[in-house]
Design a protein around this ligand. Structure first.
Ligand SMILES: Nc1nc2c(ncn2[C@@H]2O[C@H](COP(=O)(O)OP(=O)(O)OP(=O)(O)O)[C@@H](O)[C@H]2O)c(=O)[nH]1
Length: 550
């Protein structure tokens, strides 16, 4: 087992990895040459080895900037797949490999002259104790080390395992995520039935899994799904996208309990739902008089409502229509519990798009599962309305709303602190002008992921516009905010981007204000003060954090 943080000098390690990989390429191409030669004379024997070698090359070359080489290796690997399928049907093993080696060397030469990946890496990093823990299972040790470094730049702690058999070495708390190459084992079982193999290995580990692999195919994705993977990522890995998905997965795992409102009536079985839902960890509010629906939804803000088809004097369909007239509640899902045989009533209810009818007697697992699923969908819908697509942070209007809401909350609880941060990427126009808008977008996305990874869930994080960000740090004094944003500034400066073979890094400047220092300031005035402090940081030379001053 390798703890990827054992070496401090990340920059040297990265360079060493690149050199090691380049050396390995020479050896691999040499071996491929022999296999290709062997294939002409003894096709059967060399076919499997040739396939394995091409697969390895296709999975790793792109990661280190050898994109053409990786592409061609994948193309040849796919040709061999068809040959193998053909052989199974007709017994023929015909494939013309005569120019493969020449083409592979030509691609290598081309890639050598312009390493064209858009990857990120890290030069240095401060260690934190609360980093999410990822266990990476990858047989290619150079690739494993490289992937670990990329993930570490976003504040993950990565442990590398060479083979799925090494899983037994893991002890203590389960990690937050397994990142698994779906072929990461030499065991013959994996070749026979990889789905059964992974199901059996990962079943007891109680932890989400993302699979990675060199194949971009329907079957590879289906196998990952059947092995209980929450995602499948094709090599070379796009670290920004992968990290974004990891952050999303971990955020969902730590999400608040689902808020379920039960509209009670005289029937006894609706009361038993409460017990089942609370047992499942949900936050349940029981409304005993439908006439108080509006007051109740305003104060509890339910994410799903459970009721009978006729809760009292009104029908469920009527309550649903009343909620539908108010924009805030129009999308709240409703689960109806029914033993009513009145077809008309059932149909009225089912015609509403966000309603589901469950027949009694209620199966607890079904009720819990449906509540979870509906809440998850609603949260996704609300996130897509409020979140900026590139960064996953709140949009301009939503971060301003979040600041307003938190400010109002603090007016009611005067002893609480919060800080407002305005943050901006330095000389960002140069990034766009030099490397192009698409690379600029990657840099913006990296800030978003870094913010989501480093700050707490209670904090409000937004993209104010372009390359400018606003943070509302809850229960946080200006000095605490200063420390955290300083750490963020250092972490961001240590991320090294590569575009068209050129490495570069970026910096950020920030301004901070704390509500206690300006108790009579409304939200917009606090924003202005943070913005002024940001301007002062820019004016003072950039790459720094400033507190607001009178
Ligand atoms: N790639 C990309 N660029 C954007 C986006 N939104 C805004 N920009 C660009 O961000 C740049 C911001 O430049 P400026 O406001 O001049 O600031 P700067 O170059 O960062 O300089 P300082 O802030 O003074 O350090 C402009 O070139 C915008 O076109 C976006 O979504 N993607």
């Amino acid at each position: 087992m390798v703890d990827s943080r054992s070496t401090d000098d990340f920059a040297d390690r990265l360079e060493a990895l690149r050199v090691a990989y380049r050396k390995r390429l020479d050896a691999e191409l040499k071996e491929l040459g022999q296999l290709i030669k062997g294939h002409a004379t003894e096709p059967k024997e060399s076919l499997l080895r040739l396939h394995a070698q091409l697969h390895k090359l296709a999975g790793s070359a792109g990661t280190f900037g050898y994109e053409q080489l990786g592409r061609i290796a994948r193309q040849y690997e796919q040709s061999l797949n068809s040959v193998q399928a053909n052989a199974a049907d007709h017994g023929a093993l015909n494939v013309d490999t005569s120019d493969w080696l020449v083409c592979l060397y030509a691609a290598l030469k081309d890639d050598d002259s312009r390493s064209a990946s858009q990857s990120i890496s890290i030069k240095q990093k401060k260690q934190r104790t609360d980093e999410p823990h990822i266990v990476l299972i990858e047989r290619d040790s150079i690739l494993a080390d490289y992937t670990a470094q990329q993930l570490e730049s976003f504040g993950f702690h990565v442990t590398c395992l060479h083979d799925a058999d090494d899983l037994q070495q893991l002890s203590g708390e389960p990690p937050d995520l397994f990142l698994v190459d779906h072929r990461a084992s030499e065991s013959p079982e994996i070749k026979q039935n990889s789905v059964a193999y992974w199901q059996q290995r990962l079943r007891h580990l109680n932890c989400p899994v993302f699979f990675i692999g060199a194949e971009e195919s329907f079957q590879a994705r289906l196998n990952a799904l059947r092995s209980h993977g929450s995602g499948y990522f094709v090599k070379p890995l796009n670290t920004i996208e992968l990290t974004k998905q990891i952050v999303q997965l971990l955020t969902a795992k730590d999400a608040d309990p689902e808020r379920v409102m039960i509209v009670e009536d005289d029937s006894s079985d609706i009361g038993t739902c409460r017990v089942a839902l609370e047992k499942a960890g949900m936050n349940v509010w029981v409304l005993d008089r439908p006439t108080e629906l509006f007051t109740a939804v305003s104060s509890f803000d339910p994410e799903v409502i459970v009721m009978n088809l006729r809760p009292g004097d009104v029908t469920g369909a009527e309550l649903c229509a009343l909620l539908g007239q108010m924009e805030r509640w129009a999308h709240t899902p409703i689960l109806y519990l029914s033993e009513d045989t009145n077809t008309e009533l059932r149909q009225q209810t089912m015609l509403s798009s966000n309603c589901t009818v469950i027949d009694k007697p209620i199966v607890d697992e079904l009720l819990i599962g449906l509540c979870r699923m509906r809440v998850q969908k609603l949260r996704q819908f609300e996130a897509s309305r409020n979140q900026d697509g590139l960064t996953g942070l709140l949009k301009h209007a939503s971060i301003k709303d979040a600041l307003q809401t938190h400010w109002e909350h603090v007016q009611r609880h005067p002893n609480t602190h919060f800080s407002v941060v305005m943050l901006d990427i330095d000389h960002f126009k140069r990034v766009n002008d030099t490397y192009g808008h698409a690379v600029g977008d990657i840099v913006i996305a990296a800030v978003g992921t870094l913010l989501r990874q480093r700050f707490r869930r209670v904090d409000k994080l937004g993209r104010y516009g372009g390359e400018e960000f606003t943070l509302v740090l809850v229960d946080c004094t200006a000095s605490d905010a200063l420390r955290m944003v300083e750490e963020l500034r250092e972490a961001f400066a240590s991320i090294q981007f590569t575009a068209n073979g050129i490495e570069f890094s970026c910096t950020i400047s920030a301004g901070i204000v704390d509500n206690k220092a300006y108790p009579s300031d409304p939200p917009h005035a606090l924003l202005e003060r943070a913005d002024k402090a940001l301007y002062s940081a820019k004016h003072n030379g950039r790459n720094q954090v400033k507190l607001a001053e009178d």
